[in-house]
Design a protein around this ligand. Structure first.
Ligand SMILES: [Zn+2]
Ligand SMILES: [Zn+2]
Length: 245
């Protein structure tokens, strides 16, 4: 349940917010920490957004990384991007959001997504969060991707569909799995949900949002569940990604 603004202001007087990145009082993710975001080093793979300066670099002068120029790249997503590398204050902020239940951190992080989308990506018609499986969502009490996507969409005035996708089976954590194992782990994990209809999505430019992406296999599997509805495009955006994957 969302606190009213008034109740939140009263709480803020009693318990001033502290920055999830550095602990300073006054903001849930302070300006100094936001200034420490490190974007993936350019040039980026035009498709998956991996830094071509990283170990995944293929032939020189290619616009695609090794995975995307071969058979192991994204299948449904036409473009994937992350705002920053998964390190420093922004990693702390995501950790606070996901594992310490600090939902308000989704506000500045959602704003970062909105700004990135506006400045670095093509316009979209609808924003959809990557769903959690219902058992995980019950455990956590909320879906961080939903909070991020809702804030980003609201900020930009873009329609937001929370029920377009469902996670139809629980999956193991992706941490520690190889790229191939990750793809297998999330294959067919998603299905179109109540709002995932051709009437809602055919011909639309869809943006899927998650908190963190590594190889992009989760976002790509989510996109694959919507691809049969003939959207105009399917792109993905996350707050962070690891420097090397
Ligand atoms: Zn800070
Ligand atoms: Zn790529």
């Amino acid at each position: 349940m969302m606190l009213s603004d008034l109740a939140q202001s009263a709480l803020d007087l009693l318990f001033p917010p502290r920055c999830a990145g550095c602990g300073a009082a006054g903001a849930v993710f302070c300006a100094a920490c936001q200034g420490k975001l490190v974007p993936p080093a350019e040039p980026l793979c035009q498709r998956c957004g991996r830094s071509l300066a990283s170990s995944a670099t293929p032939q020189r002068h290619s616009l695609l990384c090794l995975a995307c120029s071969g058979a192991h790249g994204l299948t449904a997503l036409t473009q994937l991007r992350a705002v920053a590398l998964h390190e420093g204050p922004v990693r702390e902020a995501i950790h606070a959001l996901k594992y310490q239940g600090k939902r308000r951190v989704a506000v500045p992080l959602g704003d970062l997504l909105a700004r990135y989308l506006q400045q670095q990506m093509a316009a979209v018609d609808v924003i959809i969060p990557v769903p959690l499986h219902s058992s995980r969502q019950r455990e956590r009490g909320f879906n961080q991707a939903e909070l991020l996507a809702r804030r980003c969409a609201g900020r930009l005035g873009v329609p937001y569909l929370a029920q377009a996708l469902v996670r139809q089976r629980a999956t193991a954590q992706q941490v520690g799995l190889s790229g191939q194992e990750r793809r297998a782990n999330v294959a067919n994990a998603f299905a179109a949900g109540r709002q995932g209809t051709a009437a809602q999505l055919a011909g639309k430019r869809i943006l899927l949002i998650d908190d963190v992406t590594t190889t992009g296999s989760t976002l790509d599997a989510a996109a694959a569940a919507l691809a049969p509805l003939s959207p105009a495009s399917l792109s993905g955006l996350a707050v962070t990604r690891p420097a090397f994957d």
